[in-house]
Write a protein that binds this ligand. Sequence first.
Ligand code: NAD
Length: 383
Amino acid sequence: MKLAVLKERRSGETRVAATPETVKKFTAMGLEVTVEQGAGLASGLTDVAFGEAGAKLAGSAAETLAGADIVLKVRAPLAAGEGEVDEFAAIPRGALLIGILGADAEGAARYAAAGIDACSMELLPRITRAQSMDVLSSQANLAGYRAVIEGAAAYDKGFPMMMTAAGTVPAANVFIMGAGVAGLQAIATARRLGGRVSATDVRPAAKEEIKSLGASFVGYEDEESKAAQTAGGYAKQLSAEFYAKQAEVVAGHIAKQDVVVCTALVQGRRAPTLVTAAMVASMKPGSVIVDIAADAGGNCAVTQPGELVVTGNGVKVLGFTNWPGRLPAASSALYARNLLTFLSTFWDKDAKAPKLPEEDEIVKGVTLTRGGAVVHPLMKPAA
Ligand code: NAD
């Protein structure tokens, strides 16, 4: 059985879906692994290292994909017109494709029509058994870390209080908006750097988590926020009245901050706008807003996805996209392990082939298409 690992061609994508470490494990599982030449270079993984781990190297996407039974990707394969290579058309019918595919119902229908069994890992249920396959967590954790590092680099003073013979530099006030996986890592990182850290969230459980990391909680709570969490652990979309009250509470706080890190997301929706243009205007020159929600439209009204904006009052707004891709060696290593765990969990050792039981909660959560049909409940065409 052949497993193919393609080079990622989407703009700004630095990650790769396998590493020499996971290739070795796949080979031990009985798979023949082919890696496209140069696939790991942006993550510091050479063709030689992949070769030594037991992979064959192929010179093109078509050659890599020829005869593949399993295809590992970070992002969705490029389709005709999306880039110089039509990766989609080169995936053999019947192949199992695993990646962060970000498909909607239309996209799922295209995989079904092409006979590709597509698994989209960002749809993984956030349950304990799935933790080691959880690509959202592994990538968000690194994004939260990197956001603080970039914020500290862009800030024109230091994070820790520094008492020197020439005088004292005060500690930076750092405010983390959204305390999920990325936000909690951002709190921990900002604390390690010596910042004075506060954070907000709407899910009731987050308040204790914020405090347990040594940050203070700033936020608005009411009856609505007591039920702000879905059964899957995500934040719900809340009412306009709630967001207005929340804005009132955080506005005065934001005016006193040196660095604001935005991480708030609502699953399946545009990121909520939590920092208005007026709040940005209230900040001191030299302050920094890091918006890692930029991929989902951003939490800050001034954010331009993919750009650094410097406002008229001298506030820097970092709206870079693909934050985990800014630490490609680490994000590829963790992502590759997530995929290895997924495949080895659903692996038939005797047949040396994947075995994905339709009724399994994890399999059900990630499977978009199977045997030429769309099977994911959120992606099925209306009856
Ligand atoms: P996420 O990326 O969807 O959102 C980031 C954070 O933004 C969340 O904490 C959310 O509550 C917050 N947010 C949304 N609207 C907000 C607003 N208006 N103001 C302030 N904050 C706002 O979240 P995530 O990091 O993916 O985590 C989602 C949930 O999944 C959490 O409950 C987390 O503990 C849980 N989780 C479980 C597992 C597991 O058991 N396998 C793994 C990872 C995460």
